[in-house]
Design a protein around this ligand. Structure first.
Ligand SMILES: [Cu+2]
Length: 124
């Protein structure tokens, strides 16, 4: 009885060790390599006093833009070609989008359509 139990336990331990190794190679190792990758270039646009600031930016493909609502009023970041759209952003909420390919991307706040901005994506 006790022999069977300990056999069973050592089997379970071995299974644990194998699972642990599998976990390491599946999740921990890629995480270590991922942190070594170069960071994504990032540009910040503030939403303040019912305007995007800066209203116009030029970035390289692969750049991440993040918008932060600094107003007390909710705003959105909604592209005219529907390639990106935020939810309603409350104060200090952020929205981010990575621009993968070249082009000119105009956007508005759908709550206040007079608020406009544009992102030019160009190889530099
Ligand atoms: Cu707005």
């Amino acid at each position: 009885m006790s022999y069977a139990f300990s056999r069973n336990t050592s089997h379970r331990l071995r299974a644990c060790a194998v699972l642990g190794l599998a976990f390491c190679s599946a999740f921990v190792m890629p995480a270590i390599f991922a942190t070594a990758a170069p960071p994504v270039p990032t540009v910040e646009v503030n939403i303040t006093k019912f305007a995007f600031a800066p209203k116009e930016i030029t970035i390289a493909p692969g750049t991440k833009v993040f918008w932060t609502n600094r107003d007390e009023t909710p705003h959105t970041v909604t592209s005219n070609d529907k390639s990106f759209a935020s939810k309603g952003l409350d104060t200090d909420d952020k929205f981010e989008h990575i621009f993968a390919s070249e082009g000119d991307f105009s956007y508005i706040c759908t709550v206040h359509p007079f608020m406009t901005g544009i992102v030019h994506v160009r190889k530099q």
